[in-house]
Design a binder for this molecule. Structure first.
Ligand code: KG4
Ligand code: ZN
Length: 343
């Protein structure tokens, strides 16, 4: 591939995406916001596992070591050179400040050296754009349930670039609840996949854990169910761990699906999507799919690779932002508390 002109058609723009907001070091090359030429993700999960969660300082140091080789691999496997790129897009927030800074400084330096625009990307908007990478025909308006270790949000995606936050967690994120319950049950980190697996052997109706605020509004609360699990196990030390895992998962999934479905009906959505690490949960996927079939909605359940942090989604969102707003200024810094841009 050779870069001919600065005025390439939008759908031919080649963008390098960079993601370092948490514990994945990632780089990807995407053409026209849709066609993924490469997507490299180096997970630090093993580095953080023995601490039972992400340690910010360790994450930043690992990003420093990993980012250059990850970018090189993404460029190499995409078959592109610096002269082929039209922009460098990078997550500037939300996330861990030290981790973000590694990506932001690198992206700005590369953009400057390669003389291409730098594009600041909102990590949450990037998660939404992951949908288009696997489902170019995704219909808007859609309701998106974004459930990760750091976020639990219900978003009304009205049109490209127009979002409305319908509700969010008032305490723990859904993934955080999975991780904390798994840690209490001695299942290791990250807890979501461990609970998902063990729950397959358990009875989801064995214990009636609370479903906070299930029938009111679109906000969530997961700290109550977590405390209930702890209290139940302390009172009933003989209880089967698989039953606890299955009943806990059922309670969380019940709340997520009930609210997402109600939101989709209320805003007149055509599609229901999920994103974030918890979107890999098998029970959540099954229940959402059957809700969509029942309600006549287009269901979009991205692959696990697209649900979790990656840089292809950053390049895709960067492509959209470059066309909508133009390049970002080079004096822009990391923004750890960035929110979803609401219209
Ligand atoms: O989006 P993500 O990879 O990282 C951020 O939080 O940004 O999400 C990680 C979260 C963890 O809390 C993990 O336990 C959860 O997603 N998770 C799951 C499953 N796979 C990952 N939760 C429930 N079921 C799963 N299968
Ligand atoms: Zn994320």
């Amino acid at each position: 591939m050779t870069r001919e002109a600065a005025d390439r058609a939008d759908d031919e723009l080649v963008i390098l995406g960079i993601e370092t907001s948490c514990d994945e070091t990632a780089a990807a090359v995407v053409v026209g916001g849709r066609r993924v030429l490469s997507s490299v993700v180096s997970s630090q999960v093993d580095l953080h596992a023995r601490f039972g969660g992400v340690v910010p300082e360790i994450a930043s140091r690992a990003h420093v070591e990993l980012l250059t080789p990850v970018v090189a691999e993404a460029m190499l496997s995409a078959g592109v050179e610096a002269t082929d790129l039209d922009a460098v897009a990078c997550t500037v927030g939300p996330g861990l400040v030290g981790a973000l800074l590694v990506g932001v400084s690198t992206a700005k330096a590369l953009a400057m050296v390669w003389d291409v625009p730098f594009v600041a990307v909102n990590h949450l908007e990037a998660h939404l754009h992951a949908a288009f990478l696997e489902e170019p025909d995704l219909q808007l308006p859609a309701v998106v349930l974004m459930v990760s270790g750091g976020h639990t949000m219900l978003i009304h995606w009205e049109a490209e670039g127009r979002y409305r936050l319908l509700g969010q967690t008032l305490d723990d994120a859904a993934g955080e609840a999975f991780d904390k319950v798994a840690r209490f049950l001695g299942l290791g980190y990250p807890g979501g996949p461990a609970i998902d697996l063990l729950a397959m052997e358990g009875d989801p109706t064995a214990i009636a854990f609370p479903r906070a605020m299930m029938s009111s509004g679109y906000d969530f609360s997961f700290s109550g169910v977590k405390t209930s699990v702890v209290n139940h196990v302390r009172k009933n030390p003989e209880v089967a761990t698989a039953d606890v895992a299955a009943s806990f998962q059922e309670a969380v999934v019940d709340v997520l699906v009930t609210k997402a479905r109600r939101a989709a009906a209320e805003v007149g959505a055509k599609a229901l999507c999920i994103g974030g690490g918890v979107a890999a949960n098998s029970q959540l996927r099954e229940r959402l799919l059957s809700a969509c079939v029942d309600d006549g909605l287009q269901a979009f359940l991205p692959s696990r690779a697209m649900c979790t942090d990656n840089a292809a989604m950053v390049a895709a969102a960067g492509w959209y932002r470059l066309r909508a707003d133009g390049p970002s200024p080079l004096d822009l810094g990391a923004e750890p508390n960035l929110r979803l841009p609401v219209a």
